[in-house]
Ligand binder design. Structure first.
Ligand code: ZN
Length: 286
C-alpha cells in the first residue's frame, strides 16, 4: 500500500507504483482513531493495512498524482548520508569512507512534494536522486534485523544542493546548502515494504529536460539502507515519520567536466523504479 497526503490529510492507496490511484482517507477509515495529520500514519502502518483490507472500495475517491502533497510533511528529523556509493565518492574527490557513514541533516522546512516548482537561489544548484527511508517506530541501538521491521516504507527523494555555499569556507556546509525551501522533494507516496521492490536492488535515477544524468542501483550502496540506519541508531533515537536520505549514486553536476547545474525553466524528473516518480520545474529566484 501507499501512504500519501491529500490537502493536508493522510490517505492510503492500494498496491505499489502502478496500482490504481484510489485514495481512502485514513482518519475516516479508522472512524477518527487515527488523526487526519499525515504524520499520524507512520506510527500506525499495521492498523492502516488492516483497515484498507476491510475497506469498502466504493468509499475510495480517485486522485491524480499531481494532487498529492509531500507524504511526510513534518518529520522530527531528516538525516542524510553522504558518500554512500563508491563511484559518487570518487567523483567527489574522496576515498570511499570506512566505518560509520558520514551524515548531515536537512532542515524539515526544505521538504516539498513530488510535483510543482522549486525556486533556485543564487549559486549553483545540483541534483542528487536518493532512496528515502521512512521510520515507522522508535528505534535506538537497533540490530539490522530490527530495522526492516521498523520501517514504514520508502519514497523517492532529491537532495538538492547549492554547491557554492556547500563548499565555501573552512569546512563543508552540507546542512545549510541542502536546506533551502523546496530542496528536499519527496513522494509522491511512501510505499510500504510489502509492496516495494527489494531494498538492495532498487534502480534510481534522474533526468534534466529528459536527458538522464544519474542512473544507479542500491546494489552499489556501500552501506545498505538497513545497515546504515542500524549504524546511525547507535547514536540517534529515531521517531515514526523520521526520514533517512540514503545517499546518491554518481552523475551529479558538480563532478562533470565542465560542471553542470540546474537552470531556470528546466524540468527535473526523478525516479526509483517500482516506488514512484517526481517531476519539478526549476524557476529562478529573485
Ligand atoms: Zn545526498
Amino acid at each position: 500500500m501507499r501512504l500519501a497526503s491529500l490537502r493536508g490529510r493522510g490517505v492510503v492507496l492500494p498496491g505499489g507504483e502502478g496500482g490504481p490511484l484510489l485514495a481512502h482517507d485514513v482518519s475516516r477509515l479508522s472512524e477518527g482513531r487515527i488523526d487526519p495529520d499525515p504524520m499520524a500514519m507512520y506510527g500506525a502502518v499495521d492498523e492502516i493495512r488492516s483497515l484498507l483490507a476491510a475497506a469498502d472500495p466504493e468509499a475510495a475517491r480517485p486522485v491524480t498524482v499531481e494532487e498529492l502533497d509531500a507524504p511526510v510533511p513534518r518529520p522530527s528529523a531528516v538525516v542524510a548520508i553522504g558518500l554512500n556509493y563508491a563511484e559518487h565518492a570518487h567523483e567527489s574527490g574522496f576515498e570511499a569512507p570506512e566505518g560509520l557513514p558520514p551524515v548531515f541533516t536537512k532542515w524539515p522546512s526544505s521538504i516539498t512534494g513530488a510535483h510543482g516548482d522549486v525556486v533556485l537561489p543564487d549559486g549553483s544548484v545540483d541534483w542528487e536522486v536518493e532512496v528515502v527511508a521512512v521510520l515507522g517506530r522508535t528505534l535506538h541501538r537497533a540490530q539490522e534485523h530490527e530495522v526492516a521491521a521498523a520501517l514504514a516504507g520508502i519514497t523517492v527523494g532529491q537532495d538538492l544542493s547549492e554547491r557554492e555555499r556547500q563548499l565555501r569556507g573552512p569546512a563543508p556546509q552540507f546542512g545549510l546548502a541542502k536546506s533551502f525551501p523546496g530542496f528536499s522533494p519527496i513522494g509522491p507516496w511512501v510505499v510500504t515494504l510489502d509492496d516495494a521492490p527489494d531494498l538492495e536492488d532498487l534502480s534510481l535515477g534522474c533526468a534534466v529536460d529528459g536527458e538522464v544524468v544519474q542512473d544507479g542501483t542500491t546494489a552499489h550502496l556501500l552501506h545498505s539502507v538497513v545497515s546504515a540506519i542500524a549504524q546511525l541508531s547507535e547514536v540517534l533515537s529515531f521517531q515514526p515519520g523520521d526520514l533517512v536520505f540514503t545517499g546518491t549514486p554518481d552523475g551529479v553536476g558538480m563532478a562533470r567536466t565542465p560542471p553542470r547545474f540546474l537552470a531556470d525553466g528546466q524540468v527535473l524528473t526523478t525516479w526509483v523504479n517500482g516506488v514512484g516518480r517526481m517531476e519539478h520545474r526549476l524557476v529562478a529566484g529573485r
